[in-house]
Every structure is written in C-alpha cells, then in structure tokens.
Write a protein that binds this ligand. Sequence first.
Ligand code: GRF
Length: 201
Amino acid sequence: MPLKIAVCVSGGGSNLLALLESLRNFGGAKVVLVLSNRATAGGLGHAKAFGVPVVVFRNPADDAEWLEALRQHHVDLIVLAGYLKLVPPAVIAAFRDRIINIHPALLPSFGGPGMYGLRVHQAVLASGAKVSGCTVHLVDEEYDRGPILAQSRVPVFPGDTAETLATRVLEAEHRLLPAVVRAAAEAGRPIPLPQPVESNP
Ligand code: GRF
C-alpha cells in the first residue's frame, strides 16, 4: 500500500510539482490530497493537473477541518511545502513524527517566526555566509525547530541577490524533498537520510 501524502501549500507550489513528478512512476507513495489556506495558491493548479483532490480551508486554524480532510483521505504523512500558516496543535499531536517541512536555509540558522520567503535569503546574505541550502525536518510545536532529517548545501556567490540565491536553493529543494519522501515511503515513516543529497549532481 503506498504511503498516502497530504501536501500543504500557500503559494506557487513548485515543491509540490517536483514531488508529484518524482512520485509519478513510484509505487511507494502517492499525493492523495492538497491542502491550502489560499484559494488562489498556484500550487492548486498543479494538484488539479495531476488529478489530486484539493481542500481550501474555510479557517486554517480550525483543527476539526484539518482532521476531517486528513481522515477522509486516509493520510499517513503531511508535507508542508511552502505552507505559511501555523498547523493547529491538535493536528501536530495527531500526526506526531508524521509531518515534515521544507525550509530554504540550513537550520538551525535562519529559521523561526518571520523567517520565510526572501527574508531568509536576505538574512543569509547579510550574515556573510558562503554556504546556504535547504532543510527537511519533522514539525513540532515550535517553528523550524523539529529534528532535522536531511539538508542540501548550496554555494552563496559574490554578487548574489536574495532572488538569485532563492532560485539556486529552490532547485536543491526540488531534489531534497522527493528524496526524503521516497525514503519515508520505504521506511514507512520519515527517517533521516543516510546520504547527503547533492545540490548540483
Ligand atoms: C520554498 O522555498 C520552501 O522552502 C518554503 O517556501 C517556498 C515554497 O516554494 N517553505 P514553492 O511554493 O514550493 O514554489
């Protein structure tokens, strides 16, 4: 039985698309539901193109709405892929160790409340770091603080802007997230990746 995945998106959904493409011919996992707090999220178009049901929350803070949708679709694993709202605590408790998030920096640096989108990359550039990257971690009650499952490193080049760095990191995200999901499918639960994922294979 494939691992049944719900992906939560708030924006463009390029990570959702990378996951849908990576799982297209993979028997071990399937995206069965896409959840969003925004009816206009670009990611919803990718879901529809792949025939995946979509739920747009009436109230994203209402745990009953989440749990009903997740149970209806027999979801085993929740993937936050650019989901910008808080996951209700009751959902985190019900899916303990079965929610993962992708963050566009090397946690524990450059994470936490307010660290999303271009702000993350602006902070990396302001710090003078020569390396950035992305992180997939388990989600718990604290923003960006759950155990790290995998990271991918990306160089920061002189002359980078937040936008050029974001583009380079996003490409690495599109390899890292499917790799973690496939490993979770094989193990039956999210596990740390044994091998680093090359940012530029
Ligand atoms: C990604 O950078 C992800 O790390 C962050 O939000 C962005 C989402 O991009 N959490 P997309 O919607 O998957 O294109």
